[in-house]
Design a protein around this ligand. Sequence first.
Ligand code: CTP
Length: 396
Amino acid sequence: MTLLGRELILGVGGGISAYKSAELLRRLQDIGFGVTVIPTRASLNFVGTATWEALSGRPVTENLWNNVHEVPHIRAARSANLIVVAPATADLLAKVAAGLADDFLTNVLSATTSPVVFVPAMHPEMWANPATMKNVAVLRERGYLVIEPDEGRMTGDDFGIGRYPEVNRIISELSTYAELKSDLLGKKILVTAGGTREAIDPVRYIGNHSSGKQGYAIAKAARNRGAQVVLISANSNLPDLAGIETISVTSTLQMQEALNSRFPECDLFFMAAAVADARPIEVASEKLKKGSFNRIELETNPDLIFELSKSRRSSQILIAFAAETGEMDIAAAKIKMSSKGADLLFLNDVSNGSIFGSDKTAGILIDSNGAVLECAQQEKDTLADLLLDQALTKLG
Ligand code: CTP
């Protein structure tokens, strides 16, 4: 059931260990999750809404009756790739096992089709209670992951099985359960996407057909593998990707400015945008009339990846793209790659309107070590993972 996204709901039950979920929330964010907290009303006796809002950076409510016109429990249930309930009280386990839904969190749990992980924490007597044991068994039978509590000291001076588990163990068990791929954890990835536009006058521009789909696919795949991703997007109509910092630009020089500030910190750099090679020397401030619209004087734009490669650290990996029409000339592509200081280049044939705007792509991946890999037609999402694999191998 490999997780395809990193949107997570953290349900917080009403137990004294609710404060430990603050640490869990941080760790989930560290491994690339965008986290929305849904507390139960009882849990607010232990940790308040303000804490969850500040830590998650998102609004928090326990109330099922807010913004009813947006049907928030269904919206939340559909938005989450994974739900973690921590601490899961005896009451919450019982409710979900019985299919009860009487507040926001239990409604979301009853509506979700995503994997759900329960992190029980309660006094040993409550954990050992046959009703709780039965509910845990029912939940496990239905495919939920119910993590075993730790053994240790309780809130009072009692001792036994029921403690909130170590956060490391929670992360490790839920990663295995959700088949979480985290090989890009801690890596910073910079991606450009779309096509730059150069203004001629207030209504016209020089541009290209790039949709941004390949760049967005790389950004999304990198996020899903735990990377911290910055996407510089030029004139793409694609919806924003949750959990990815997106900087919108229009022209090549704007893209260069954004790159100059974000390139130094990245580990992998994917220059997937189609860059306008030249721009009008003068941009008319008024719309040009037919009579005077017969010639545009151009000046060359900087080669963005080449300029960046001059200041690169040896530990950075640069991936270029080349969209050609006609025969795919590997020798020429190798020269292009090395002249731009790139480590990998994905070469494809965009003749006949194929590839631009499509969800599919095909091409040849060329490595600066001389290796050449034919990539048969596949989803841009699939190629994104392949490019990340190759780039990661080169990163070492
Ligand atoms: N590129 C860039 N800056 C430019 C032009 C291209 O950074 N001004 C990048 C593209 O984003 C791509 C790679 O360079 O990753 C190759 O782009 P391509 O258009 O094939 O290269 P050009 O240098 O424009 O060569 P050509 O003469 O074949 O158009």
